[in-house]
Design a protein around this ligand. Structure first.
Ligand SMILES: Nc1ncnc2c1ncn2[C@@H]1O[C@H](COP(=O)(O)OP(=O)(O)OP(=O)(O)O)[C@@H](O)[C@H]1O
Length: 808
């Protein structure tokens, strides 16, 4: 370096002297002076100096703080490389912009040089190219794909974002949060407003010392820059302010723009550097997971390594600053993989007593099977407390309200200790931080029904207060724009999600004017802890998951926390069966009908005691109604109830009944049901009731329970049911109903307006017990016959074994 400086200084001094003599000669002789070689001695010296300078320059090409910006033209057609201070030592500016071919070449040369001479990850490039719409950068495309060129702005809005990135770099550098360098390449600015130019100047003033180098094409006034003025075909170089080459304002010898680079050289170099950057920036899944599970302290927050960017490792936190995260990305954009990276990372760093997971997946497909036991792999993640696979919205609601109750519980304890934060609570009690992930959460909020409005209220409360109680939300979605319910609450809910995470194709996770997510590809993620504001992005690479490492962690965690049971799993797509109930769930006189869609997934049924009205009507034509009734009968019979069964459908399995009544004798026997008998009837709408039979039925309904007689009847036709029981007069005589495929509008006249929003759907039923549920009913998965299980397989990942039985 000193050799080169001296050589160049000597050359410049020689040039100065020669120029002075030439000027004098020109004055005397006119233009002829330039064509006439003067002073052979001087030429010999110039030759010698030129050779020395060329040799030094060859050595200096790998110096990141110098750039070969063109060629100094000497006499007799000789040239020497023009090396200007660059990187930390100076900016470079040109009077013409990249519409001039030589300047466009300079842009590419400078970028390739700056990237190649720094360690991978040590430099990011941000470009602005308004006049040629990005064409100046086009041959460097592989560097853009690899994230080394982070952005190329082609309009004035994105140009302002690009400058904002450079400004952020300066401030982050000053704050000591970054140590890498950013090269701001202004290839062309077009008619950019004065204010933007002033911002670029400000960046240039502070940038040299604080992480930013500027190549400003068309910005001849750029501070702290060597400036190349285009004069005809040639260039005059204004001395670099920090290290002038000689006396006067400009280098005495003329300069030529760099010669055009071979297209194959540019693309080859760009590809090579891009591959190098990718290799250096890529972590593997096992890099995210420590060799042995750790148990970090969650008091101040949870931290997890997700990947790397140009500035190094990217770690994300659940803490007071970023309590909740919003994650977006198009389908196939890597959202599931990213969430698994985060959740496995957390599980490997914190003990289940310090961090608990509630996982909800509202979409078709199975995101969270890696947390629960399956038939093929019994291991699980002990941090997972509840997992919903293809969850019902009601299950999501149940989880959210459980978390709200947990916050209330924690607030009582915190008051007792006189503390106001989770870390204060942890000083006294070891409550875990809770992370609740809701994938495709917009399903929960869709529409304007009760579930949507309750979910919004619960989410809002969790979002607002969660940070104080150590409860964190991760809401993930492919389509954020369609979420009416959340938009309506935009300020109160969205504002509580400072951490925005955008995978490829994410649209509304970041601010409208931040298009960072459009520039990334699969395996990259934009992480923005400032609510998606432009300029606050980090673009990281995150690894694909590795089934072996995941399995190893589950095994390790299983061994370390042997006492922790498997999570409760709600499989939204799976039928449930009576034979899966536990002995404790079966009780004498309890007609079991299915499982509640709730966090506990309790067995649901009705108690047949002697209160008036203790009968059950199964309503709707869905054959599952008949199967649920079979389950109820089997559960009762198994606990000693005497059952008489009548089947008008011809399809019921009445095997558990003590006695079967032939349909044609049914009306005759109605009046003579012995005490302590449960009468089960399938397809009562097909029974031929005359007035006498109808009266016998109504008498039985009114007086039966007192003597232990209960009717479990399946009416496929709702009208017929209300007629049979005597309309509204008989309403109180049948206190329990299992409603299947009848819409809310049809049943609300009888059961109440609170049921108007009931939307029937396959595999679900509404259980109404006027004595037990004062408000609405309960959503249940009705028990079906085991053999119908095979007929309705749920969606599974290819090659995966059927998931485990539902855990009560
Ligand atoms: N960081 C990564 N590196 C390499 N491949 C990845 C990475 N992330 C995801 N993939 C691959 O991309 C594909 C889609 O990923 P993933 O299932 O996570 O997408 P998704 O956004 O969850 O899609 P969907 O919502 O449709 O399920 C998978 O095959 C996955 O292996």
């Amino acid at each position: 370096m000193p050799g080169f400086q001296t050589a160049l200084a000597n050359a410049a001094a020689g040039g100065d002297a020669a120029a002075a003599r030439l000027a004098a000669a020109a004055h005397r002789l006119g233009d002829g002076a330039f064509q006439t070689p003067v002073d052979p001695e001087l030429l010999a010296a110039e030759r010698q100096i030129g050779e020395a300078a060329a040799a030094s320059a060859a050595q200096l090409r790998t110096d990141p703080e110098l750039l070969q910006a063109g060629r100094v033209i000497l006499h007799e057609g000789r040239t020497v490389p023009l090396m200007v201070p660059f990187g930390r030592r100076g900016h470079l500016a040109t009077s013409a912009d990249a519409r001039v071919e030589g300047v466009a070449t300079l842009v590419r040369t400078a970028i390739l040089h700056a990237v190649a001479t720094r360690e991978p990850g040590g430099l990011r490039v941000v470009g602005i190219d308004l006049a040629t719409l990005g064409a100046s950068f086009a041959p460097l495309r592989p560097l853009a794909d690899a994230g080394v060129i982070e952005a190329v702005a082609t309009d004035s809005r994105t140009a302002a974002d690009a400058v904002a990135m450079a400004e952020t770099q300066v401030s982050e550098h000053i704050a000591g949060r970054r140590s890498d360098r950013l090269l701001l390449v202004v290839a062309s600015l077009g008619e950019a407003p004065r204010a933007l130019v002033e911002r670029i100047d400000a960046v240039a003033r502070s940038g040299l010392a604080h992480g930013v180098t500027v190549l400003g094409c068309g910005l001849a006034q750029l501070p702290q820059a060597a400036v190349m003025h285009a004069v005809g075909d040639h260039v005059e170089l204004a001395h670099p302010p920090a290290a002038p080459f000689g006396r006067g304002e400009r280098l005495a010898a003329p300069v030529a723009w760099p010669q055009p680079l071979e297209a194959s050289f540019v693309s080859g170099e760009a590809l090579r550097l891009a591959e190098r950057a990718k290799a250096a920036a890529t972590l593997t899944f096992s890099d995210l997971i420590p060799a042995a599970p750790e148990s970090g302290d969650p008091a101040k927050g949870l931290e997890v390594l997700v990947g790397r960017d140009a500035a190094g490792e990217v770690r994300l936190r659940f803490d007071d600053a970023t309590p909740h995260w919003l994650v977006g990305g198009r389908t196939g954009g890597g959202k599931t993989v990213f969430l698994l990276d985060v959740l496995y990372g957390l599980a490997s760093r914190y003990a289940p007593t310090d961090m608990a997971l509630f996982l909800l997946d509202f979409k078709e497909g199975v995101s969270f099977t890696e947390f629960i036991p399956t038939e093929r792999d019994q291991s699980f993640i002990p941090h997972a407390r509840a997992v919903g696979v293809e969850s019902d919205r009601e299950y999501g609601l149940a989880v959210l309200s459980t978390l709200n109750e947990e916050m209330t519980r924690r607030s009582t304890v915190m008051k007792r200790y006189g503390v106001a934060s989770f870390s204060g609570l942890r000083a006294h009690e070891s409550y875990p931080r809770i992370v609740c992930v809701a994938d495709e959460f917009q399903v929960l909020l869709a529409g304007n029904d009760r579930v949507a409005s309750e979910a919004v209220a619960l989410l809002e409360n969790l979002a607002r207060k969660g940070r104080s109680y150590g409860v964190h939300l991760v809401l993930a979605s492919q389509t954020i724009s369609g979420i009416e319910a959340l938009w309506a609450k935009k300020d109160s809910i969205f504002g509580q999600f400072p951490m925005r995470i955008a995978l490829p194709g994410a649209r509304t996770v970041l601010e409208h004017n931040n298009d960072a997510a459009t520039r990334i590809s699969l395996g990259q993620v934009v992480v923005n802890p400032e609510g998606g504001t432009a300029g606050a992005d980090r673009i990281a690479r995150f690894p694909d998951t590795d089934p072996e490492v995941m399995h190893r962690l589950r095994e390790q965690l299983g061994a370390a926390h042997a006492g922790v049971g498997a999570p409760r799993v709600f499989y939204g797509y799976r039928p449930v069966h009576l034979d899966e109930t536990l002995p404790g769930e079966r009780k004498p006189g309890r007609a079991l009908l299915g499982r509640e869609v709730s966090l506990r997934l309790d067995a649901a049924g009705v108690d047949l005691d002697n209160r008036p009205g203790r009968h059950l009507a199964v309503l709707g034509s869905d054959p599952v109604g008949g199967e649920a009734l079979e389950a109820a009968v089997e559960a009762l019979a198994g606990n000693g109830s005497r059952i008489w069964a009548a089947d008008f459908t011809g399809t019921a399995d009445t095997g558990a009944a003590a006695e079967r009544i032939a349909p044609e004798t049914f009306t005759a026997r109605l009046a003579a049901i012995p005490d302590g008998t449960v009468l089960a009837a399938w397809g009562l709408d097909a029974a031929a009731f005359d007035a006498k039979a109808q009266k016998a039925l109504r008498d039985l309904l009114r007086t039966g329970p007192a003597r232990g007689v209960h009717l479990l009847g399946w009416w496929r036709n709702f009208r017929r049911f209300t007629d049979d029981i005597g309309g509204s007069a008989g309403r109180e005589d049948v206190a329990c109903a299992l409603v299947l495929n009848l819409p809310g509008g049809e049943i609300m006249g009888h059961f109440g307006t609170q049921f108007q929003h009931w939307h029937p759907r396959a595999g679900r039923a509404l259980l109404i017990d006027r004595h037990a549920d004062t408000g609405g009913g309960r959503l249940i998965v009705p028990f079906s016959r085991p053999e119908s299980h095979e007929a309705a397989p749920g969606p599974q990942r290819s090659g995966e074994a059927a998931p485990e039985r539902m855990r009560p």
